[in-house]
Design a protein around this ligand. Sequence first.
Ligand code: DP6
Length: 360
Amino acid sequence: MSSSTVYEATASAPVNIAVIKYWGKRDTKLILPINSSLSVTLDQDHLRSTTTSRADPSFEHDQLWLNGKEDEIKAGGRLATCISEMKRLRKELVEDKDPNAPKLSSYKVHIASYNNFPTAAGLASSASGFAALVASLAHLYQLTVSPSVLSLIARQGSGSACRSLFGGFVAWQMGSDPAGTDSLAVEVAPREHWPDMHALICVVSDDKKGTSSTSGMQRTVETSALLQHRIKHVVPERMQLISKAILEKDFDTFARITMADSNQFHAVALDTEPPIFYMNDVSRAIIALIVEFNRLSIANGQGHKAAYTYDAGPNAVIYALEKDIKQIVQLIVSYFPQRPSEFKDVLGLFGTASSDINTL
Ligand code: DP6
């Protein structure tokens, strides 16, 4: 290896928006969920994280810059875990097999990550962030492993991040192994399967949210009786039904389940002690509008045409088919004329972790 060799790789990953929500952990260290979940990965340019990693023998510490500002890598924390797990894979899969392979696993890394959207506004920045981090280290370390294997590591950064390693419709199977080896993301259907599905992101507020997902869901696990009903009697059936609806491109069923699961997630947040409110008045007004829009469409024999869903924040994501998107955008903008520029029509819904490897 010449001393001038630069080991650097860049990868980017989009956000994903769950239609069956992950809410609650059975193991907080390994980030093992109490229920399986399912999401759609958004594919467009303005909701992505892009991460560049560099390994160099002269680096003294692993260091991370988030949107240009240095962020601490706490020993034993989520970032440190992801970095050390990726180094372990590099050693096991590359260096132990090929004595000539550069010992990158022993070098410190410098990582720079950018989000092109507001961090922690309920727009799943941790999901795209950890997915891009793991994807960029995988390229840096020249690992030829499946996205599901990488999802095992991204999961330990932030649960929902495991789903951003795939494009299209993605399930996070909760698994049963206490060590977490089977708690991973799998593809339900690729992006090409249902290309006329669109997502409309309505940015109601880009303030940093009040209660983080991590602490909120832990409080729900500790205090909500409704959560126990949800994980035992509701989510398993919904996972099956919505997977079938996706495979059959049955939008009516997809929409009904998506809205029901968003409602139940916010119900378990309310059932938490003390209660957690993620939606605000504008969020609820958007729900009322979509309910009325669907009521008229159902009365006309056309079934549901729009599905709202809300994560741990007030912003709405509305799933709809291409033929109906224009009408829905017009409807929302006419009822919320004070904020038309904040509602982003996200065309070309799907995406996957993409990369631009640059190992000189
Ligand atoms: C409401 O993945 O952010 O968006 O695993 O603690 O990092 P941690 O939580 P996180 O939770 C996401 C919760 C959600 C639902 C979902 O994306 O499934």
